[in-house]
Design a binder for this molecule. Structure first.
Ligand code: PRP
Ligand code: URA
Length: 207
C-alpha cells in the first residue's frame, strides 16, 4: 500500500496545536481545517488533468482542471471537521457520508449512517477521518466503497497508529494513505499515543 506522510513545518505546527490538551474545541477545529487543506493539496499532487481551452484577456490558452474530482466521504463524527475545507479545495467534488461510532469496549465500529452513490466504478474516493487507530472504522468504510466497485481509494487522515496502517496493508484493498503523522502505537484502550485524544469529542464535545 502506498503511504504519503505529509511532513511540512506548517502541517507539524497545526498538528501540535491539535495534540495540545489545552487547545479548546474552536482552536482544534481551526487547526484541523488548516491541516486538511495541506493533506488534500498533497493527496491531489499527481492527479490526472484534463485540458481546458479558455481565452485570457490577451489570447487563447489551454489550461487544465482535475480530470476526475474525488468523491469526498467524511466518516462521522470526526471526519465532519475535514469536509468543508476539502470541499473548498475541490468545489466540484460530490460528497457521501458514513457514520460510525467505535464501541469503546470492543473497539469495533458500530455503523449508524451510510449515504453513498450506488456505483463508484472509475471514481476516485477520498475517505476523510482524522484518526486511524486499530483501522476497524477505515476498513469498514473501505469495504462499503469496494462493494460499490471503488478501486481508487485514498484514506486522508491526521494521525495513524502503526497497527492501523498494518491493518490497511494486510486487507489487500485498493487503498492509499495520506497522513500527517504515524505515532508510536495504541494504548490498552486502543487510543493512539501520543495522539490527540478523541477527535470527535475535541471538535464537538463529549457524546
Ligand atoms: C474515531 C475516529 C475514527 C475511529 C478510529 O471515531 O474518528 O473513526 O475512532 O478508530 P479505529 O481505527 O480503531 O476504528 P469514533 O468511533 O470515536 O467516533 P466519533 O468520530 O463520533 O468520535
Ligand atoms: N479515535 C480517536 O478519536 N482517537 C484515538 O486515539 C483513537 C480512536
Amino acid at each position: 500500500m502506498e503511504s504519503l506522510i505529509v511532513d511540512h513545518p506548517l502541517a507539524a505546527a497545526r498538528l501540535t496545536t491539535m495534540r495540545d490538551k489545552t487547545t479548546d474545541n474552536a482552536g482544534f477545529r481551526a487547526a484541523l481545517s488548516d491541516l486538511t487543506q495541506m493533506l488534500i493539496y498533497e493527496a491531489l499532487a499527481g492527479a490526472p488533468r484534463a485540458d481546458v481551452v479558455i481565452d485570457t484577456p490577451l489570447t487563447a490558452h489551454t489550461g487544465s482542471r482535475l480530470a476526475s474530482p474525488p468523491l469526498l466521504v467524511p466518516v462521522l463524527r470526526a471526519g465532519l471537521g475535514m469536509v468543508e475545507q476539502a470541499h473548498a479545495m475541490v468545489p466540484e467534488a460530490h460528497v457521501g457520508f458514513v457514520g460510525l461510532a467505535r464501541d469503546e469496549e470492543t473497539a469495533q465500529p458500530v455503523p449508524y449512517l451510510e449515504s453513498l452513490p450506488e456505483d463508484l466504478s472509475g471514481r476516485p474516493v477520498f475517505v476523510l477521518d482524522p484518526m486511524l487507530a486499530t483501522g476497524g472504522s477505515m476498513l469498514h468504510t473501505i469495504e462499503l466503497l469496494v462493494a460499490r466497485n471503488a478501486t481508487d481509494i485514498t484514506a486522508v487522515c491526521v494521525v495513524a497508529a502503526p497497527e492501523g496502517v498494518a491493518a490497511l496493508k494486510e486487507s489487500g484493498h485498493p487503498c492509499r494513505l495520506v497522513v500527517a503523522a504515524v505515532d508510536n502505537g495504541l494504548n490498552e484502550v486502543n487510543y493512539i499515543v501520543p495522539g490527540l485524544g478523541d477527535a470527535g469529542d475535541r471538535q464537538f464535545g463529549p457524546r
